[in-house]
Design a protein around this ligand. Structure first.
Ligand code: PMP
Length: 355
């Protein structure tokens, strides 16, 4: 094919992010929330609908997403000037690498978009293996920082797919040692489910700290809304590469309404955390599998024949994520509703018993 010769080599050698729709009855593969908008948000949305939401679609959305950012500012307790809005946090990862370039350092295994976007933008990557407890290998990271001088360091904490938070002391050490030399992104996609406070309270102490948040894991994955939270100087620079109308009007309006109902969002998060604990306990009782403790809305687990277990679950209509090639021998299951979790546990027990 002649186009193969025209494509940039770094793009040609990329594998696309695997996000195909696999038919299933119970979808526990993508770390989504089992719960959507609250009743209050739905009713607020209905009154908005009759006013202007659908009658102004002939106009472009607010390029600055000011109303949405105001609500986000209140929700996260940070000044509006420190927030940049993205079409999902994926887009903000793209913008960060576009703005600063590489090398990009991140531990592995971690969220797969870090490598995909780094490579798509033709930047260099530095991958450092996590230690046997899935924590950061600080010694190796510090060594790489000294030798290879990464411009960006990506730390997903809690980490996807392992589910644990990295040690706060290690993250702080990295932020401190790289001050004025690298930008450290703490990707807090799963922070709402963690027992630790996260890094927002430390934002003013470190100018090279950037925090990534998303609404995708707390019930609004379909809207595609994420936020980059950082020092104003960083926000202003990254904002230069942002596409002007990156979040559509409907998503802006609905996300603003959802953020306004903080109580419902927090209640659902708390409920998912308690379900996660129950799911973990139930999984721990199944002989032949080994779940890893999680601070996120999913659980990584080791199973004898992971391919077979994955396929058998799918045969019963239950879709989980096969982590083959990322954490071999492991599957990752998202915390669902109590009913979904019960069906998953019963199916898993049956499958393991026959293996
Ligand atoms: N960061 C991490 C660690 C994730 O796991 C994900 C989603 N899988 C994202 C970012 C991207 O989330 P979104 O683009 O939906 O905001």
């Amino acid at each position: 094919m002649y186009i193969n010769k025209l494509i940039k080599p770094n793009v040609y050698s990329l594998s696309a992010y695997e996000a195909k729709e696999i038919p299933c009855k119970i979808k526990l593969d993508a770390n989504e929330s089992p719960y959507g908008l609250s009743d209050k948000a739905l009713s607020d949305l209905r009154s908005l609908k009759s006013q202007r939401l659908f009658t102004t679609l002939n106009k472009y959305p607010d390029p600055q997403a000011n109303n949405l950012k105001k609500k986000a500012s209140k929700y996260f307790g940070v000044r509006l000037e420190k927030i940049l809005h993205g079409n999902g946090s994926d887009e903000l990862i793209y913008y960060l690498i576009t703005t600063f370039g590489g090398p990009v350092l991140y531990p592995v295994p971690t969220f797969s978009m870090y490598v995909i976007i780094t490579q798509a933008l033709g930047e260099e990557k530095i991958e450092i293996k996590l230690d046997e407890r899935f924590d950061l290998n600080l010694e190796k990271i510090l060594e790489a920082i000294k030798k290879e001088k990464p411009k960006l360091i990506f730390l997903s904490s809690p980490n996807n797919p392992t589910g644990n938070c990295f040690s706060t002391d290690k993250i702080l050490r990295i932020i401190e040692i790289t001050s004025e030399k690298s930008i450290v992104l703490v990707d807090e996609a799963y922070q709402p489910f963690a027992s630790e406070k996260g890094f927002l309270p430390m934002l003013d102490d470190y100018k090279n700290l950037v925090i990534l948040r998303t609404l995708s894991k707390v019930g609004l994955a379909g809207l595609r809304v994420g936020f980059l939270i950082a020092d104003e100087n960083i926000i202003n620079q990254v904002n230069k590469v942002r596409l002007p109308f990156n979040i559509n009007s409907l998503s802006q309006a609905i996300a603003a309404i959802a953020l306004n109902d903080k109580r419902a969002l927090k209640a659902r998060i708390k409920y998912i955390v308690s379900e996660r604990e129950r799911l973990y306990e139930d999984m721990s009782k199944i002989r032949g599998i080994m779940p890893y403790p999680s601070e996120a809305n999913f659980i990584l687990f080791r199973v004898k024949d992971s391919d077979k277990a994955y396929n058998e679950l799918l045969k019963r209509g239950i879709l989980v994520r096969n982590m083959k090639g990322v954490v071999n021998g492991c599957l990752r299951v998202t915390v669902g509703t109590p009913e979904e979790n019960r069906i998953f546990i019963d199916a898993l027990k049956g499958i393991i018993n026959k293996m």
